[in-house]
Ligand binder design. Structure first.
Ligand code: NAI
Length: 333
């Protein structure tokens, strides 16, 4: 199958090329993001391979279908960037990688918790300037604290297991209870109770119309004063403006983000020579108690290997057996 791979970075090229060692697919690596302006680069391809910030809205899908694309292979788990109804209307098959390394994301989440709590990001800079003062670096023991996990799927369960290992009490909120979370020691409670009782709240649910701005002004008021809020799910799970207000008032004591509402125009690129036009992002970077990473939680060699092999296998299965060659969670539509 001829596949136009959008948003290609050097690491995508090397892991996908290794996964396609047999040469089964003709992979055409393209650096641009998939947008209404770049969709026509896919002309002549049977499939496109897209990442989290590629635009798979109806106008883009219309163009892809027009130039003969039949398959969209996401090298990601989340598919909030796909207009699924439009894909169905156009008879496009959309496949994804539902699970590559929940450990990668869970471990990065815990990395943010540890770094924020013990101010490791600040200590690193201080020591490089031979400033060995401890004032401002005071942390708290995780042992005995309460962690609230919103979304107990693959990643949420891993976070629960790790935090239980630290001796934390773990509360969980999810419309679908998962036995693995209960087995890990999580206690399901309504979201409002989780927000009111947790010292750390971490988000692991998908972005859907229901979960957009799950953390908004009203919910921030329910949080414990000085709470640590972590979002490695999707940027729009939190209302950035409301979170900035929460940081200014002290209601939010720590914020760890791997995702950001308007990340599409920022993340995955080196913009260090440009003037930053996003005032909310700029404001976030001024807080000493905010730590932001640029959507790197998935970024381990294990994760990339798994994404590449599943993507190549998804494409092969559709090529051999048609759309029904891919079933279960790997098939979006
Ligand atoms: P999953 O599908 O295994 O679990 C998601 C869970 O969220 C499910 O149990 C579902 O019932 C629950 N959920 C849905 N609506 C909810 C709500 N309103 N409140 C509470 N829970 C709700 O997904 P997985 O693999 O655990 O991934 C979770 C999310 O993490 C993905 O949707 C994706 O957006 C994000 N992600 C971020 C990555 C990164 O690099 N930062 C990498 C991979 C995923």
């Amino acid at each position: 199958m001829r596949v136009s791979v959008f948003s290609t970075k050097p690491y995508d090229r090397s892991f996908l090329t290794a996964a396609n060692e047999s040469g089964e697919h003709d992979l055409v690596f393209l650096e641009p993001r998939l947008t209404p302006q770049t969709a026509r680069l896919a002309e002549g391809s049977d499939a496109v391979c897209a990442f989290v910030n590629d635009d798979l809205s109806a106008p883009v899908l219309d163009q892809l279908a027009e130039v003969g694309v039949k398959v969209v292979a996401l090298r990601a788990a989340g598919f909030n960037n796909v207009d699924v109804a439009a894909a169905r209307r156009l008879n496009l098959t959309v496949v994804r990688v539902p699970e590559y390394s929940p450990h990668a994301v869970a471990e990065h989440t815990v990395g943010l918790i540890l770094a924020l709590n013990r101010r490791i990001h600040r200590a690193y800079n201080r020591v490089r300037e031979h400033n060995f003062a401890l004032t401002g670096l005071l942390g708290f023991d995780l042992h005995g604290r309460t962690v609230g996990i919103v979304g107990t799927g693959r990643i949420g369960v891993c976070v629960a297991q790790i935090m239980r290992g630290f001796g934390c009490r773990v509360l969980a909120s999810d419309p679908q209870h998962n036995d693995a979370a209960t087995a890990a020691g999580a206690e399901y409670v309504p979201l409002e109770r989780l927000l009111a009782e947790s010292d750390i709240v971490t988000l692991h649910c998908p972005l859907t119309p229901d979960t957009r701005h799950l953390i908004d002004n009203d919910r921030i008021k329910l949080l414990r004063e000085g709470v640590m809020l972590i979002n490695t799910g999707r940027g729009s799970l939190v209302d950035t403006r409301a979170v900035i207000d929460g940081l200014k008032s002290g209601q939010i004591g720590y914020l760890g983000l791997d995702v950001y509402e308007e990340e599409t125009d920022l993340f995955f690129e080196d913009l260090s020579d440009r003037v930053l036009g996003d005032d909310e992002f700029a404001r976030l970077t001024t807080f000493p108690n905010v730590l932001i990473t640029g959507h790197q939680a998935f970024f381990t060699s294990d994760g990339l290997h798994s994404i590449a092999t599943t993507t190549v296998a998804n494409l092969a299965a559709v090529e051999r057996a048609g759309p029904d060659g891919v079933t279960g969670p790997n098939r979006v539509c």
